[in-house]
Structure formats: C-alpha cells, structure tokens
Design a protein around this ligand. Structure first.
Ligand SMILES: *Cc1c(COP(=O)(O)O)cnc(C)c1O
Length: 346
C-alpha cells in the first residue's frame, strides 16, 4: 500500500469537507461590493454575534485583516508595538511599514506572551519630536512561540492600561478559537476589550479561504473602505462565505481533538533522543521542537521526513514546527511520531 502523506506543515492545509463543498455549491450570492451578497452578510452577522460586537467584515486573508486594522487605527510615522516573534512582524512582508507607513516597535514576550509591564516600557513619551505609539498588537495563540495562550486577565490588563494611555489594541487572533478551547472560555468575553480583532476561518476551523475582522460598526465601515483600497473587495464571495459559515459552526467544537493530538505528538517527541521539547508547554495545536543536539540541521531532518511522507516546516536552523488539524487523526500523528523516531535512530 502506498503511504499517504501526513501534512503537518500548517493547519491551513485542510481541504474543505463534503459539507462545506455542498454549502459552497448551494450558496446564495450577490455582489458583495454592493453589500448584496446574502451569504457574506450572514457570515458577518454570525461572526459579530459570536464576538458580541456590532459588526464584522469578511477579508481574503489574515494578512489583509491585520493590515486593514492597522491602517484603520494609525497614521504614517506612528508606532505599533508587537512581539518580536509575532506573525505581523515576521510573516506579512513588512506590510505595516511598506503600506501603512508605521514603525513596528518590538518587545520580547515570555513564550510570546506580553504583559503590560513589558509593553509600558516601549511606549513613547508624548513629546512632539518623538514618534508616537498608536497601537499595540497581541497574537493569541502565538504561532511561533508554539501556540501559546494569553491568560485573559493579562490581555484585559493590557487593553485597560493601553486605553488609559490613549492607545488602541489589536488582536491578531488567527487562532483565537484554539485559545478559547484551551482556556475553556468564551471568545467574546476573552476579546471584549480589544479595539479590533482579526481571526482566521482558514486555519483550524477548516475553511478554504478567509478571515474576519470584528469591531464596532464605525470601525468596520472604515475597514470596508480600506479593504477595497487594498484590492480585497470581492464580488460573489458568498461561495467562500458559505464555507466560512460551516467552519464557524463546526470548527470550534472539535479543536480539542487537535490539541490532544499535539500533546500526544509532543510527548512522543520528548522521548526521542536528539530532540528537545518541553511537552508540558504545548497548549494548543502547534508543536515546535529543537533538533540541535542531534547534530542535524532542521533542513536535514525535514528532508529525511519528507522521504518518509511526513511534512513539517522549519522555524529556524535548529527548530521544526508541526501543526495538528482536522485532516490528521491520531493514527497519522502516531505514524508521524514513529517516523521521527526512525529518522533519529539512524
Ligand atoms: C496565518 C496567520 C496570519 C495570517 O493569515 P493568512 O490568512 O495566512 O494571511 C496572521 N497571524 C497569525 C498568527 C497567523 O498564524
């Protein structure tokens, strides 16, 4: 029997389920630039309901969602505080600088998690010849720190203090439902103090395309214009929104399975000679491990894994990331762990 590929590169690799395909085929559509696509409108209402906010906007990607929120809340020459390993700084083509004209101000968090104490030191004094801090961006879960979760109290504290200082707070919540699953909390309650929220439908929730921005009606209307400026005004986007509705309906309730699989994988990796990982720190669906002690580079390991039909991505020269998702089950994860053990036994 030919071995199928186990793709742990990202939770973005999932294919739309038969139920999603059906919903897409049957979606009622209209021109969303005229705000006349009933399915897009329904998706936006659903997202704003779930987050108990006034409004939401469907955008083609998380990257565009983050950039749109930055453009809506900053002016060129201002600063945005973000975590140094954050997605917004490292994986979005420096769009905040190239397009929005703002300067990222990097702060290091413990396992990617910032606190008001660390952030407050990076806030600029209000002096007319100094750049001004306009926005703070938090990432929950934190991707490159290994899917780590903000304790809600810490996120609330940051928002409260930022608002007292006249600074807005954006949430890059690409995987906010993973964070909610880990905490056993409600996303609306967790995110209620943020000025803007971006979350991905296309990751653990399983949709083929798309992200949502959530916020006040006023804010979302500004974002609608900015989305158009960026080329993100889509026409009969209801075929995509239909998949998004299924993702929102069915996705969150099964994320605990991905987390259990990630934990299992992390424990298996931890017992493999040559690999360093603190499995106790794996909270959600992202597993990052260090292969330095094996004498192999991450590229070498990834090549050997690929030959054995297991795919992952490098974080750097020594670290590898594996992500669990709805298209890999416990069997696949067991096989992946076994394959890693084989590679390291050589
Ligand atoms: C994937 C991701 C994004 C961007 O989403 P795309 O849809 O790939 O543009 C933003 N932030 C984080 C933390 C992500 O993991």
């Amino acid at each position: 029997m030919a071995e199928s590929v186990i793709d742990l590169r990202s939770d973005t690799v999932t294919k739309p389920s038969p139920e999603m395909r059906r919903a897409m085929a049957e979606a009622e559509v209209g021109d969303d630039v005229f705000i006349e696509d009933p399915t897009v409108n329904r998706l936006q209402e659903r997202a704003s309901d779930i987050f108990r906010r006034e409004a939401a906007l469907f955008v083609p990607s998380g990257t565009m969602g983050n950039l749109t929120c930055i453009l809506a809340q900053t002016r060129p020459g201002q600063e945005v505080i973000c975590e140094e390993a954050g997605h917004i700084y490292n994986y979005e083509m420096a769009s905040m600088s190239a397009v929005a004209g703002v300067l990222p101000r990097l702060v290091k968090g413990e396992d990617g998690i910032l606190t008001w104490e660390t952030i407050s030191k990076a806030i600029r004094p209000k002096i007319y010849y100094r750049p001004q801090t306009a926005l703070i961006s938090l990432e929950n879960t934190h991707n490159m720190a290994g899917g780590t979760v903000y304790p809600t109290k810490i996120a609330h504290e940051i928002c409260d203090n930022a608002h007292d200082a006249g600074i807005s707070v954006h949430l890059d919540g690409a995987r906010i439902f993973n964070a909610a699953t880990y905490l056993g909390e409600d996303v609306a309650e967790m995110t209620k103090k943020f000025d803007s929220i971006q979350f991905c439908l296309s990751k653990g929730l399983g949709a083929p395309v798309g992200s949502m921005i959530v916020g006040s009606r006023d804010f979302i209307e500004r974002c609608r214009s900015i989305r158009k400026m960026l080329g993100g005004g889509m026409r009969q986007a209801g075929v995509l929104a239909a998949a998004g509705l299924v993702a929102l309906d069915k996705g969150p309730n099964r994320l605990h399975v991905d987390h259990e699989n990630a934990k299992f994988l992390a424990n298996q990796l931890a017992s493999t000679a040559g690999i360093n990982i603190n499995a106790a720190k794996v909270q959600t669906n992202i597993v990052i491990f260090d292969v330095r002690d094996s004498g192999w580079s991450s590229g070498d390991v990834l090549k050997a894994l690929e030959q054995r039909h297991v795919l992952a991505v490098p974080v750097d020269n020594h670290k590898i990331r594996m992500v669990t998702h709805l298209d890999v089950d416990r069997n696949d994860v067991e096989r992946a762990a076994q394959t890693v053990k084989e590679v390291f036994q050589r």
